[in-house]
Design a protein around this ligand. Sequence first.
Ligand code: PLP
Length: 370
Amino acid sequence: MQIHLSRPDITEKEIEAVCAVLRGPNLSLGPKLTEFETAFAEYIGRKRAVAVNSGTSGLFLCMLALGIRPGDEVITTPFTFIATANSIMMVGATPVFVDIDPVSLNINAEKIESKITEKTKAIMPVEVFGNPAGFDKICEIAQKHNLIVIEDSCEALGSELNGKKAGTFGTMSIFAFYPNKQITTGEGGMILTDDDELADICVSLRNQGRSKGGEWLSHERLGYNFRLSDINCALGIVQLSRIEEIKAKRKQVAKWYQEMLAADERLIVPAEPDNCDVNWFVFVVRLADRFTLQHRDKVLAAMNEQGIQVKNYFPPVLLQPFIAEQFSCKKGDFPVTDSVCKSTISLPFYNNLTRDDVATVCKTLKDVLD
Ligand SMILES: Cc1ncc(COP(=O)(O)O)c(C=O)c1O
């Protein structure tokens, strides 16, 4: 028996759409690229969408387009996937970490102001695991201090706060489509903005610095090849057309976990926060405070041994050696992050997980804890 941590949900419709592209003449920079971007911008409710080959490329291009450079500071969360902090460092800027809120696990808005200096250019918050709680407060602080918000929405497609979609909070917002995400293109990402100039810079940067309507071998700036092929876009178009179905399935799986685990006082089980409509990316429970890191690691090992794939989402970004060394970060600097990171257990979570699968995962977890 094996229950995977994550599985894509690909139907015949996606397969047909990809095959249709393969039978045609345009494998890249064709009509599917424009169709995917248009549908995505419309779904999120923003003026422009620019498809790229990964969420990381999208984050990096936003940093470049916004002119973030060496000497600038960008305030961000230590409880995220490494690419968030990396994108700040890729342009030579300095990530300034702020501890997280113990409930939402997002950057703690209350603690941001004390980290703002003359060098601060932007705040880069992340809707961790798909949860947009606190983003209204983060935006208020950014506005008060005239800071740009670069919204790393890579985990939050389809989530909403007060009826406002993830991806509408930042001057620029970024989504990612790796196969464990709410929708996948195999690999891929999308930049969202209402600013035509920023979007046009990203279009040029992703395509070797070419100009709009310019010659193929004419390059107006230093650029990259971060293009997303029409094959990936065709997959994305069908996946996006199924977003409501996908969201309903993920909500159902989350609900089963909540029903089966919430009463267990050894666990902290995520609930949908007030005013939020969460399209969960992963479903991460935590061990109660009295458990140690060693306990958690034993639980992970025991469950994996029994065929239930589980993972420690995430170790603190700032303790990755190359970051800790460069920015003199150490354990204890961010107590909430430390305490959360030592207790996380990411459970199997994907659209087509059955109630029986969830029951098996929960029973195994409880047996291991016993
Ligand atoms: C918060 C966050 N930011 C950025 C990324 C990077 O996306 P990609 O893997 O497509 O480069 C991810 C992907 O897991 C993520 O979770």
